[in-house]
Design a protein around this ligand. Structure first.
Ligand code: 6K6
Length: 140
């Protein structure tokens, strides 16, 4: 079982929250997802009330260190997701960035131009899931 860090926008905006939830449900079949709360409004609310930002930062950085790979949904721009992606690269973790091609946001050149990342553009959830499967099969 792989340890998977799933990154998706929280304070950057929740437009894609439904997609995060579905992708996380699929990832749970193949590994341990550290960040299930990213797809779950209720546990996010609990986190927000009970954890200080310092604790959220330290917990999430520890999870990135302990993960085997990162899957980042990048259609909704988020400072936190960008920071997490950069941290994962520095820690030499494989990172797949999933970008919905129907998104109104243009993907940052700092992501799309980064050869340390695997970038996949998807139209449907099924497509995103098969891109995840392909990415995982390419890892060792
Ligand atoms: C709930 C509602 C608002 O804030 C919360 C609690 N905050 C967080 N809880 C858990 N993970 C977080 C929180 N804030 C950011 N993160 C991490 O950064 C997640 O792993 C996301 O992938 C990413 C989102 O960053 P922003 O900048 O969009 O919030």
């Amino acid at each position: 079982m792989k340890n998977i860090y799933f990154a998706g926008s929280i304070r950057g905006g929740r437009n894609m929250a439904d997609v995060y939830k579905k992708l996380i449900a699929g990832l749970r079949l193949i590994g341990t997802v550290f960040t299930e709360h990213v797809g779950d409004e209720q546990s996010l609310r609990m986190d927000d009330e009970s954890l200080r930002d310092l604790e959220i930062f330290e917990r999430d950085m520890e999870w990135i260190r302990s993960s085997d790979l990162m899957i980042a949904e990048v259609s909704q721009p988020s400072l936190g997701v960008g920071f997490e992606i950069a941290s994962a690269i520095m820690l030499e973790k494989p990172v797949l960035c999933l970008y919905n091609e129907n998104s109104d946001n243009r993907l940052s050149a700092m992501i799309s131009g980064n050869s340390d990342l695997t970038i996949s553009r998807y139209g449907s959830l099924e497509e995103a899931e098969s891109q995840i499967a392909e990415f995982l099969s390419g890892l060792n």
